[in-house]
Design a binder for this molecule. Structure first.
Ligand code: NI
Ligand code: MN
Length: 226
């Protein structure tokens, strides 16, 4: 599975020939000026919660590509009203089989108001299972014991975990999360974009090393294979 990082918590994973785009926040990301949002591929757009730094470009990319937006019921419905042509709402613990594999919406501890103040349901993360392998994206979340359930039921090739602190887990909590989910290959997200989530990257990588895990902090626009 090819993974491409677009900054903040936005990344794409190629699964069985389908492009899965997560939390597209590119246009207003001060660090993502080098990414052409009009060139980003998407067959599915997975949105973890209603905050602007996660759904920023979702409607525009969905309109351009015809991609199906997958999120919690409230966010999916809201994005549909804003013009996303195809949406699929999930809720916690629920899963749906798509043409590339199965997506389960799992718990996150955070908040989820929409940009206009509408109720955004509860935030989540995604476990994607496919013939090419499985992975987990935690969304914005605190460290939670619920992550152990993911490690018990799914063998993960990699996981994208927030490491920026302040609004979410920091690197120390994310390294613990990597243990809970039983995964050694972690891609860090939700760091450096804004002053409160600036991290010391070398320090974060060392924290993971000490836990026997690998933290990948990719340059914006960079790809790697998992
Ligand atoms: Ni958030
Ligand atoms: Mn966020």
């Amino acid at each position: 599975m090819n993974f491409t990082y677009y900054g903040h918590s936005c990344f794409a994973v190629d699964v069985g020939g389908r492009a899965l785009l997560f939390d597209p926040f590119i246009t207003h990301n001060p660090l993502a000026g080098g990414v052409d949002v009009n060139a980003v591929r998407a067959d599915y757009i997975l949105v973890s919660h209603g905050h602007e730094d996660h759904l920023g470009d979702a409607v525009a990319v969905a309109k351009r590509t015809g991609a199906t937006v997958v999120s919690n019921y409230e966010v999916a419905t809201w994005l549909g009203r804003k013009g996303a042509p195809k949406t699929h709402g999930l809720n916690h613990g629920g899963a749906c089989a798509f043409d590339f594999g199965r997506v389960k919406f799992v718990n996150a501890i955070h908040s989820s108001s929409l940009p206009d103040g509408s109720y955004g349901g509860n935030p989540g993360g995604f476990v994607v299972e496919s013939a090419q392998g499985n992975f987990y994206y935690c969304g914005d979340t605190a460290l939670t014991m619920d992550m152990k359930l993911i490690g018990e039921s799914t063998r993960l090739r990699f996981a994208a975990l927030c490491v920026g602190g302040n609004y979410t887990m920091d690197a120390a909590d994310a390294a613990k999360a990597a243990g809970f989910i039983g995964c050694n290959e972690i891609v860090g997200v939700h760091y450096d974009t804004f002053p409160p989530i600036k991290i010391n990257q070398e320090e974060a990588i060392k924290i993971f090393q000490a836990a026997g895990k690998t933290l990948h902090l990719l340059k914006i626009g960079a790809s790697r294979e998992f």
